[in-house]
Ligand binder design. Structure first.
Ligand code: SF4
Length: 312
């Protein structure tokens, strides 16, 4: 298993499981939309992550532009496929982390950083050397190479990972990525190994997660049965970990135009079916969302806040 993220990046990028081989170090763009320059859409405190992540002060989120998944229903499409954001240097990324800490962030929350993973070891080390003490949260789609997870194991304190699909056909039709379930199982198992190697989960007296993982799953309308199979896979792979089952699915313009199940919200019955299944499996720490879906407060404005200068 290669351990060097630089080796996975160049001369042909294989950082993520798509392994598209783009010559990003020569300026080419990969399937994720990224070339050789960091791009960030927002860096600010975020209050809407799970309580052990946001706490009362908020999570110091850094939203990276681009994504290796191509989910047709994406709720952050302006940055994931639209690649909206501002180019920054690795030195500016270090400053952003320190500024978020100064603003009171409970952690640094790297959102969809997979395609920039090769730059993270140096940036995190530099930030640590300049006084960064809060945990690093790696907020991912779950589509990760196990080797990349292993290479980040000493740097990442909290894995906040999605597990989107159990069915390969569904993954192909909704995210254009057939191997998602197999890859997500392998990445999740590696995240659990990294946490164990570091001494296991650590939660402080205020309930903030200092080390560990939370597995997230967004229930999709019409696909509650697959959601239950996702929970089966998580249970079989890593057992009783904290899980977050979300019902905030909001149809984007394309989904509303296409019609069908993905043009609507998740019903209460669908959501309860999945929550009941999690209970039946035995998950003891579960986060869920109250009320209906479609709450804009969950989706921050991607307005480049905090990217070039502190949001404070
Ligand atoms: S990170 Fe981007 S460029 Fe690299 S393999 Fe994945 S999609 Fe391709």
């Amino acid at each position: 298993m290669p351990t060097s993220l630089t080796e996975l990046f160049s001369p042909a990028c294989h950082l993520c499981p798509r392994r598209c081989g783009a010559a990003r170090d020569e300026g080419a763009h990969g399937v994720c939309g990224a070339n050789d320059t960091l791009k960030v859409a927002r860096a600010a405190l975020h209050m809407w992550e799970e309580p052990p992540i946001s706490g009362e002060a908020g999570s110091g989120t850094i939203f990276f532009s681009g994504c290796s998944l191509k989910c047709i229903y994406c709720q952050n499409h302006e940055i994931s496929t639209g690649n909206f954001g501002l180019e920054i240097s690795p030195e500016r990324l270090v400053e952003i982390m320190l500024e978020l800490q100064d603003q009171g962030a409970n952690n640094i929350n790297l959102v969809t950083a997979t395609h920039y993973a090769h730059l993270l070891p140096a940036a995190i080390a530099a930030a640590r050397a300049r006084g960064l003490v809060i945990p690093i949260v790696y907020n991912t789609s779950g589509y990760e190479r196990a080797s990349a997870v292993a290479a980040l194991g000493d740097l990442v304190d909290v894995w906040l990972t999605d597990f989107k699909y159990a069915d390969a056909g569904l993954a192909q039709s909704l995210s254009h990525i057939k191997d998602y379930p197999r890859v997500a199982v392998s990445g999740l198992a590696q995240m659990a190994r990294e946490i164990e190697r570091r001494g296991g989960e650590l939660v402080d007296e205020d309930g903030l997660m200092k080390r560990g993982m939370i597995v997230r799953h967004l229930v999709l309308p019409g696909h509650a049965d697959d959601s239950c199979r996702v929970l089966d896979l998580v249970w079989q792979t890593v057992g009783d970990v904290p899980i977050s089952v979300m019902n905030q699915y909001t149809p984007n313009a394309l989904m509303r135009e296409q019609g069908g199940d993905l043009a609507r919200a998740v019903t209460r019955e669908e959501y309860e079916q999945v929550l009941d299944h999690a209970d039946d499996l035995g998950f003891t720490t579960m986060f869920w969302q109250e009320g209906g879906a479609v709450d804009e407060s969950f989706t921050p404005a991607f307005d480049t806040t905090g990217v070039l200068t502190s949001a404070k």
